[in-house]
Design a binder for this molecule. Structure first.
Ligand code: GTP
Ligand code: MG
Length: 461
C-alpha cells in the first residue's frame, strides 16, 4: 500500500523544513535563517522502529509563482484544463529550467502527495501569496494550510480568513514548540482531509503513542542503570601512599562523570537526538561539575531535609544509613573522612563528605580502592540532574538547533515530594551505595523513576 505523502510547500523561509524536521523527528534536516536553504525537493519518512508510516517531502520555496501562473494561462484558462496545465508544465524541460523551484515543489504533488502549505503568522498577508495558492488549487490535490507563528501571532486571524477560502483544513502549528498532542491533531486533521489515508494515519497516531511510552521507559531505564552503576562504584589503583590515593580519587570522579554523560546521551538518543551537544560546558547548568560543592547544594536535599527524610524513613533508627560521619559531615563545606582530608589541594573545592577507602598489600606494593561515594545526597544529585536533562529532551523538537537549555528547577524538584517519599528514595540510595540492585529491582527502580518524571512533567505544564 502507498504511504501517505505530504509535500510541504510555501514561500521561502517560512519554516517548511522546520515542520518536516519536527514531524519526522530528524535533526539532520537543513534549517537556517537564510532564505533559499532548501534547494531541491527531498522526501523524509516518519518511521517508528524502522517501519515508515508517512512521507513528508521538503521543498524549496515558491520564487516566481505569479509569472508561472501567467505563462500557464492565468484566469483565462478553463477550470477543467488546469490540472493538465500543471502536468504539461512539468513535462516541459525548458519551462522547468525557467522555474526550477516551482517545478521541484509541484512534482511530488502531481506524483500523488497531498499539500501542506506553510505561512508565517508573524507577517501579514500580501498579494504575492495569491498566485502560490492558486497554483496549488490547480493541482486539485488535497490541501491543508499551517500557520506558523514565527516570532509572533499578530497576523494569525487575518491568515485564517484568507486560508479558509483556499484550503479544506487550516491549523496553527509552531514546529519549534509543538508537543505530542499538537502533532497528533495535525495528523488527525490530515486524515480527515485525505480519506484514502485515514486508516494509515490513525495507525500512525496509535504507534506514536506507544513509542512515546516506550522511549520514556527506556530513558527511565538508563537512569536506573546509572544510579545502580554509580552509587556503588569503586576503583583500585596500585601505588604508594598519597600519590596512589590522589590518583584513585581522580579516576573515581572522572569515571563517575563519564557514566553520567553516557546516561544523558542515551536519554537523548532514545528521543532521536544523537547529535545534541550535552557536554557540560555547553549546558547552562547553574553549577556544571558533578562534584562541585555548590552543585550538590543545588541539586540535592539540604542538610536539614536529609535528616528529616532520614528520620521519616526510619533509616536512621535501622542503622541503614551512613549519615553520621562526624559532627558536621553532612555539610559539604567541611572536609571529613581521612582519605579526603589527606588528598590536599586537589580536593580544595571538592569537599565531598565521605568516600569509601580500602588498602590491600600486594606483595611489596599497596593497592588503594576508592569508592563508593558514601554521601546520602549523591543519589539525589544524580537523579535530579538526569531528570532535568530528560525533561529538556522530552520538550525539545527536532527543528530546534540552538543550545539545549535545562529547566532552572533544581531547588523545587525534591520539594515536590513528601517527606515520606524523600525518605524512601534516601533509603533506596543508601542500599544501592552498599551493593548494586539485581536486574529485577533495577527494572522496578526504572518504573519508579518514570512515575517521578511524569509527576514532575505534569506539574510543570
Ligand atoms: N522563532 C521561530 N523561528 C522559526 C519558527 N519556524 C522556523 N523558524 C526559523 O525560521 C528560519 C527558516 O526556517 P526553515 O525551516 O529553514 O524555513 P524554510 O521554509 O524551510 O526555508 P527555505 O528552505 O529557505 O525555503 C529558521 O531560522 C528557523 O529556525 C518558529 O516557529 N519560531
Ligand atoms: Mg527549507
Amino acid at each position: 500500500m502507498n504511504l501517505p505523502k505530504l509535500a510541504i510547500v510555501g514561500h521561502p523561509n517560512r519554516g517548511k523544513s522546520s515542520l518536516v524536521a519536527t514531524l519526522t523527528e530528524d535533526e539532520r534536516i537543513a534549517i537556517s535563517p537564510v532564505s533559499g536553504t532548501t534547494e531541491v525537493a527531498e522526501p523524509f519518512n516518519l518511521s517508528v522502529a524502522d517501519t515508515p508510516y508517512l512521507t513528508l517531502v521538503d521543498t524549496p520555496g515558491f520564487q516566481r509563482a505569479r509569472r508561472l501562473l501567467e505563462m500557464l494561462g492565468g484566469d483565462e484558462l478553463p477550470l477543467d484544463q488546469r490540472p493538465n496545465a500543471i502536468q504539461s508544465f512539468l513535462a516541459d524541460i525548458n519551462l522547468c529550467q525557467q522555474f526550477p523551484d516551482e517545478a521541484a515543489l509541484l512534482a511530488p504533488i502531481v506524483d500523488g502527495a497531498g499539500i501542506l502549505y506553510v505561512v508565517d503568522g508573524g507577517r501579514p498577508y500580501e498579494e504575492v501569496y495569491a498566485p502560490e495558492m492558486e497554483l496549488l488549487r490547480w493541482t486539485s490535490a488535497p490541501r491543508m494550510a499551517v500557520i506558523n507563528p514565527i516570532g509572533s501571532d499578530r497576523h494569525v486571524a487575518q491568515w485564517q480568513q484568507v486560508l479558509n477560502q483556499q484550503f479544506q483544513v487550516v491549523r496553527v502549528f509552531n514546529p519549534l514548540a509543538s508537543g505530542f498532542n499538537t502533532r497528533m491533531q495535525l495528523f488527525n486533521a490530515f486524515s480527515i482531509l485525505a480519506p484514502q489515508w485515514q486508516h494509515q494515519l490513525q495507525d500512525l497516531q496509535a504507534v506514536l503513542a506507544a513509542a512515546r511510552q516506550s522511549r520514556a521507559l527506556e530513558a527511565a531505564g538508563w537512569i536506573a542503570r546509572l544510579l545502580n552503576q554509580s552509587l556503588s562504584f569503586k576503583v583500585s589503583v596500585i601505588g604508594q601512599g598519597d600519590l596512589a590515593r590522589t590518583a584513585a580519587e581522580k579516576r573515581l570522579l572522572s569515571q563517575l562523570a563519564q557514566q553520567e554523560q553516557a546516561c544523558w546521551h542515551n536519554i537523548a538518543s532514545a528521543y532521536r537526538f544523537s547529535e545534541l551537544d550535552l557536554s557540560i560546558d555547553q549546558l547552562s547548568l547553574p553549577e556544571d561539575d558533578l562534584f562541585n560543592q555548590q552543585a550538590w547544594q543545588l541539586w540535592g536535599l539540604s542538610r536539614k531535609q536529609l535528616w528529616l527524610a532520614a528520620g521519616a524513613s526510619g533509616a536512621l533508627a535501622g542503622g541503614a544509613l551512613d549519615l553520621a560521619v562526624g559532627g558536621t559531615s553532612l555539610l559539604m563545606g567541611t572536609v571529613t573522612g581521612a582519605g579526603v582530608a589527606s588528598a590536599g589541594a586537589f580536593w580544595a573545592d571538592r569537599k565531598l563528605a565521605k568516600l569509601g577507602w580500602a588498602k590491600q598489600l600486594l606483595g611489596s606494593k599497596e593497592s588503594w580502592q576508592c569508592g563508593p561515594v558514601k554521601h546520602a545526597n549523591f543519589g539525589f544529585v544524580l537523579l535530579a540532574r538526569a531528570l532535568v536533562v530528560w525533561l529538556a529532551v522530552d520538550q525539545r523538537t527536532h527543528a530546534q538547533r540552538d543550545r539545549i537549555v535545562l529547566q532552572d528547577m533544581q531547588s523545587q524538584l525534591w520539594q515536590k515530594l513528601s517527606l515520606k517519599e524523600q525518605g524512601q528514595w534516601l533509603r533506596l540510595f543508601a542500599k544501592m551505595q552498599q551493593a548494586p540492585l539485581a536486574d529485577k529491582q533495577q527494572a522496578e527502580l526504572a518504573e519508579q523513576i518514570l512515575a517521578l518524571f511524569e509527576k514532575v512533567r505534569s506539574e510543570l505544564s
